[in-house]
Design a protein around this ligand. Structure first.
Ligand code: SF4
Length: 447
């Protein structure tokens, strides 16, 4: 076994994946090689998610396996260091280390950048918990990114909303924006390294800039990044309906490199439930946002998240969510069953929706979403889409896959009719005429 090897498993959202890329770069600087299984590693890290109970349950299950591995190593006279980072680490802090003797380090969402130093401290002083909120944004941290054309860049951390069901304000702290100059520098380096599609990340990415106090907004950042030569597409996720300004919508509509794709979770269609969720907008406000977006960009793809089975959600409340979905016809929706999270305000409201009802509502929305998608895709057949080709399709190596301006997944043959490879299209925008579809994918060929 090499002297220093790390295996890391990442759970949850894109923000966690971005944090993993930073921690791997930090560990690389400290001499660690990355391996692809816990068995090969002498440091195992779990970058955890705390948004839903089942995400945490999965990690607890994995910790059982690691306990056995650690015992086997000990018998063979070898070491295994186990660290937990991410939102579950931030939420549970000391509780994790007292409950699971196999864990050596618990590292919070602002402290993981100091992982090499924390490992050193562990070697010298033993097991530790490092979960203070710090000054994460003050430095441009290197990140160890994978291959491909896509790079994800966190532009802010934390969240100043307090949706009653959400642990993020506890696990990621108050909203903090990174300086635009630093983000631009990172994006320029990424484009130089061949990443032509950049997705800007934030929990409420459309409120970017507020904590900088210099008038910077997401719109002004998009304009700045749009000028980077070689950059082909710019995306941003996730937006809060209250922060989508006309200035931002005008900017997205105007700038050709900015994807016409907005991920703006509605969460529910009933005002009563939105109030209980603490979302700070009404159904009418949300529909006004849809109208404002479509007035500027008739083909904009709107993506939403929904939580079904929130405490006290009646059949009538759920019917309002269904009707919202019918009215807006989203390009995609993530649908989740409500999961009570300890210490959140909604945990004080009795979870009175039976799990079978939650499941039925979840399936209902997922079916409706697929129906809307199939119908929308069918209408696109015959049209030519500007597709940024990302690489070979994961499910079929004979095909290439990419995305259009609206983030729709589009697949085309990897070789031309005369047998020549089309791999040279990877990283470029190609015109693709759509020929057929499933409810999740569009298929076509070069126009
Ligand atoms: S906006 Fe609400 S749901 Fe989103 S991260 Fe903030 S508190 Fe959580």
């Amino acid at each position: 076994m090499p002297a220093k090897t790390v295996y890391i498993e990442t759970f949850g959202c894109q923000m966690n994946l971005a944090d993993t890329e930073i921690v791997l770069a930090r560990l690389g600087e400290a001499g660690y090689g990355v391996v692809t299984s816990a068995e090969e590693a002498n440091l195992v890290l779990y970058n955890t998610c705390a948004v839903r109970d089942n995400a945490e349950a999965k990690i607890r299950g994995r910790l059982g396996d690691l306990k056995n591995l650690k015992q086997r190593r000990r018998k063979a006279g070898l070491d295994l260091t186990i660290g937990i980072m991410g939102c579950m680490a931030q939420r549970e802090k000391d509780h994790l280390i007292t409950t699971y003797p196999q864990i050596d380090l618990v590292v919070g969402t602002d402290q993981f950048v100091h992982m090499p130093q924390l490992l050193q401290q562990f070697e010298e002083r033993g097991r530790l918990v490092a979960t203070d909120f710090g000054d994460f944004e003050d430095k441009l941290w290197e990140a160890k990114r994978g291959e491909g054309v896509n790079a994800w860049v966190p532009i802010m951390r934390g969240c100043n909303y307090n949706c009653t069901y959400c642990v993020v304000p506890f696990t990621r702290g108050r909203e903090k924006s990174r300086p635009a100059v630093q983000i631009e520098e990172e994006c320029r380096r990424l484009v130089d390294d061949g990443f032509v599609q950049i997705t800007l990340l934030g929990q409420t990415v459309d409120s970017y800039g507020k904590t900088l106090g210099d008038g910077t907004t997401l719109a002004s950042l998009l304009r700045r990044l749009h000028e980077i030569p070689g950059l082909k597409r710019l995306r941003f996720v996730t937006s809060h309906p209250k922060d989508i300004t006309d200035e931002l919508l005008d900017t997205v509509a105007e700038l050709p490199k900015v994807a016409k794709h907005l991920h703006v979770p509605a969460q529910a269609g009933s005002d009563r439930i939105l109030r209980l969720m603490g979302r700070r907008y009404t159904r009418a406000d949300y529909l006004r946002f849809v109208e404002r977006a479509r007035a500027r960009m008739p083909n904009v793809e709107l993506l939403s998240d929904f939580i079904v089975g929130f405490p006290r959600e009646s059949d009538a409340d759920f019917a309002e969510t269904v009707s919202l979905m019918d009215e807006v016809r989203f390009g995609g929706s993530y649908v989740f069953m409500y999961s009570e999270r300890p210490n959140t305000p909604s945990a004080n409201i009795a979870d009175d929706v039976p799990v079978e009802v939650k499941k039925a509502r979840c399936n209902h929305l997922l079916d409706l979403q697929l129906k809307h998608q199939s119908e929308a895709y069918a209408k696109l057949l015959g049209s030519v889409q500007e597709v940024l080709v990302e690489g070979p399709s994961k499910s079929n190596q004979a095909m290439l896959h990419g995305r259009n301006q609206g983030n729709l997944n589009i697949v085309l043959p990897r070789t031309a009719a005369d047998g020549t490879s089309r791999d040279h299209l990877i990283g470029h925008i190609a015109p693709v005429r759509l020929e057929r579809n499933t409810s999740l994918t569009l298929f076509g060929d070069l126009a």
